[in-house]
Design a protein around this ligand. Sequence first.
Ligand code: WT7
Length: 681
Amino acid sequence: MAQAREPEPVVDERSIEVHWREEDTYQPRPEFIAQANLTDPDFYRRFSLDNFPDCYDEYARLLDWDKYWHTTLDASNPPFYKWFVGGRLNASYNCVDRHRVKDPNKTAIHFVPEPEDEPILHVTYQDLWIRVNEFAALLREFAGVKPGDRVTIHMPMVAELPVAMLACARLGAMHSVVFGGFSAKACADRMVDAGSNILITMDAYWRNGQLLDHKAKADDTVKEAAAHGLTVDKVLIWQRYPGRYSSQVPLVEGRDFIVNDLLPRYRGARVEPVSMPAEAPLFLMYTSGSTGKPKAVQHSTGGYLAYVTATARYYLDIKPEDVYWCMADIGWITGHSYIVYGPLSNGTSTVVYEGVPTYPDPGRPWRIAEELGVTIFHTSPTAIRQLRKAGPDVPRRYNHKFKLMVTVGEPIEPDVWRWYYHEVGKGQAVIVDTWWQTETGGFLCTQAPALMKMKPGSAGPGVLGINPVVFDEDGREIEPGSGQAGYLCIRNPWPGMMQTIWGDPDRFIKTYFAKFNKNPNSKDWRDWPYMAGDGAVIAEDGYVRILGRLDDVINVAGHRLGTKEIENAALQVPEVAEAAVVAAHDEIKGTVPDLYVALHPGVEPSDDIKKRVSDMVSEVIGKIARPRAVHIVPDLPKTRSGKIMRRILAAISDGREDVGDVTTLANPEVVEAIRQQVQGG
Ligand code: WT7
């Protein structure tokens, strides 16, 4: 990772996202302690390294298996691990059927449309079971979906999205959900990479008061995929309003099919859940890394489901009577693990909200929470910052009552944490700051809710069975409490860990293990610590403070974007010769992309070029990647070996006058010119 850049200190305090120190702690309220799912003090002993890997049998036993496993962990070929070998199960059975038998009328999903005058839809476990069965029948019979196929789902936040995912899981097919806000091009790239011939989409959805035409993206996706040699056989289109087509673009005969028209053919159909080996892949989820090409993180059926079921139970503290609301998008891993699989596998009621948190006003989340009696609330620091900015006193006007609030996805400033705690949680709810990644399937570091003190701005210690460690550049362990930062790694494998990168096992090894593996031939998992790509400090009490990415990844509003992806997009504008993107601090989104471009000789800078660069990034990746600013500069600061010094550009973007050492540059004079241009004066 860091090799692509000039050698720099592991954590340069100025180029990292976090700029606060260790904070004082808060103690949770006693009522919560008395009821916490993790109360048994023996838990952490049972999950100590001495009991690894068998401790994780306890997680797997939370699931219903068709056949029990004979081997908890096959670690004979690290870092490729097989969990619960010999076991067979079906994920949709575990998330739907087993609860539907016990409690058919319990709400599985509360679907909250963005328009406030549209009624909330309460989908019971019985309803969900019927809908998953019927849609699975449609997929199998109409679209020919078989076990092992990859089905791409490009949908907004509606109840039909978990239905589609669970229908794939029922058939043993892998879903690849692409975040609805991603562009057609991004969706097409993922379809091509996964070799996926079926696209499930929706005609339209509401966002910020507008009904967006989503089907138009499907047409472009199919075209773009065709240009890369992939034929999309069928596009299955859900209607946002069943019976009414809400898109302006026509259907393509023989390719496009309205799901709501086809479904009556499968009324009453039942599809036996396909019994899958524990290590069969459940889904692919694309995420950005240090190359220009997003990678498909592959998660297993048994290990992943066991891990998210248990971590949802113990760290979201989910109980049968809870109403749980995670405001993330299902198109990201948070939504997969902690809106769909974890909560449903536990038989909880989970909320799916279509729209933006501040629509039509910043009281919306608290009205939803009041109406549904939400007890556990889960969101990102960006959403908290947005809500605070739009209405710092608004939460007090509502009578919602949370027992637990979760934050995820980016570092949370202590100040923002305190607002969340005092205003949203009314000083009563417990907060857990959960650190993990697309690759890890579920939580890795967080305090046990209520049972451990809270520390604003720090994620907790490793969760059950997870042993975090921080290494310096040369792989030496940094002692907790030494105050020194380094590369955050996990010593041991765990059931929720990704299996591989789909189609690219070498990249899997290279990205996550190569740097700190001392012997590539070793067959001992102890020699293969997992490298997360984050810088961190471990305090004496074991709490992990995440400092931000150490690779070419930037975190915008809790979403991961690869700098190379953004730069490659900018380079598609013909006038652009070179591009460098940096993460600039932003009051709401944590960090945002700032783009610096140099033009080909003889081309005059213009606002038109800036606009086309910005539009190109948005078109190629999606709106979330749109740069805050495009700066056309005479040249990019480079070392003598030609590497672009993004660190200097980041300092300029953040308004710092002192941009650090420029003596190693081939063109130091350009730095001052850029600084004046961007900062003025
Ligand atoms: C990256 C992973 C895991 C769900 C959402 C993001 C950053 C994640 C925290 C946290 C500070 C965090 C890290 C990580 N991150 N949680 N609690 N505090 N930073 O998943 O898109 O795979 O991104 O998000 O940098 O590596 P993702």
